[in-house]
Design a protein around this ligand. Sequence first.
Ligand SMILES: Cc1cc2nc3c(=O)[nH]c(=O)nc-3n(C[C@H](O)[C@H](O)[C@H](O)COP(=O)(O)OP(=O)(O)OC[C@H]3O[C@@H](n4cnc5c(N)ncnc54)[C@H](O)[C@@H]3O)c2cc1C
Length: 305
Amino acid sequence: MSCNPVFTSFDGAIRGDLRLNEPLANHNSWRVGGSAERFFLPADLDDLLLFLRELPEDEPLLWIGLGSNLLIRDGGVSGTVICTRNRLKEMLDLGEGRVRVQSGVPCALVAKFCAERGYIGAEFLAGIPGTMGGALAMNAGAFGGETWPLVGSVFTVDRFGETRTRVPSDFMVGYRAAIGPQGEWFLSCDLNLHLGDGVVIRESIRGLLARRSQTQPTNLPSCGSVFRNPEGDFSARLIEISGLKGLSIGGAQVSTKHANFIVNIGNASAEDIEQLIAHVQTEVFRLQGVRLIPEVRIVGRRLEL
Ligand SMILES: Cc1cc2nc3c(=O)[nH]c(=O)nc-3n(C[C@H](O)[C@H](O)[C@H](O)COP(=O)(O)OP(=O)(O)OC[C@H]3O[C@@H](n4cnc5c(N)ncnc54)[C@H](O)[C@@H]3O)c2cc1C
């Protein structure tokens, strides 16, 4: 499976897919970035735990879901990337509005699963193009809904494969962030929803998706909102009044439809995007006196020139 000597203990033991030098542009929504030294797609939860238990202690780890909030630099990522998308993919109806969701399930499927059962509260997840694990890590939210108010408990794992059940009070949850015990990642969560009317819920989802496609450049690769909204204001407004809408560097452009989106208009590099992010920050600070803070997480190495 792997020719790297530190990984020989895996040969024949794991059932998932361990790839070397995997191009990460295939695994993020901006479609940019270098390769992962090692890239692991577990077959299922047991396989992932086995993998973690065998992993060398000093191996750097990056977990990703759908890569819809990540800027992966062009020089790639050292160590191992663990990708849960469509691998930790189970959902279970626990009854009375309670649902158990593994972290690799796409948010849109969670919204659909809940709507089909007449469970109300998860509609906002329909338009978030990430996984449940990513939504927990980011406290993803939209149209007034947020992830963590739905969470009853989460099931986590550390790098040695030890699992724990944790409750929301173990985490500091805020705007697009949930900070918990160091070195633990999400395997699944139990969500608490209310009982409602499936027809009304489905109608509400249709409305939310329509609003999204009217206001966001959903046809071009992006990572959604690049910057957090400053207290009491909107990053998109500040970027727009700074005259930056439509500005491009290489293949990266400040969207003409929604100024807080940077879109890949063709062959952008991660460096183009990162330079555009820095330029927007500089100009908005110069013209409006506000420091914009990226919501997107930037990982990996820059290319050495
Ligand atoms: C078109 C578009 C629209 C968007 N709209 C919204 C929106 O309305 N609201 C919103 O909040 N976001 C939005 N986003 C951003 C993004 O979809 C969310 O942040 C989403 O929750 C990220 O999930 P992911 O699986 O893609 O995570 P990734 O991008 O893969 O990872 C994001 C972070 O989560 C961590 N992570 C991933 N999985 C796990 C895990 N199992 N355990 C621990 N950490 C993990 C990663 O290490 C990384 O730090 C949008 C993105 C796009 C492209």
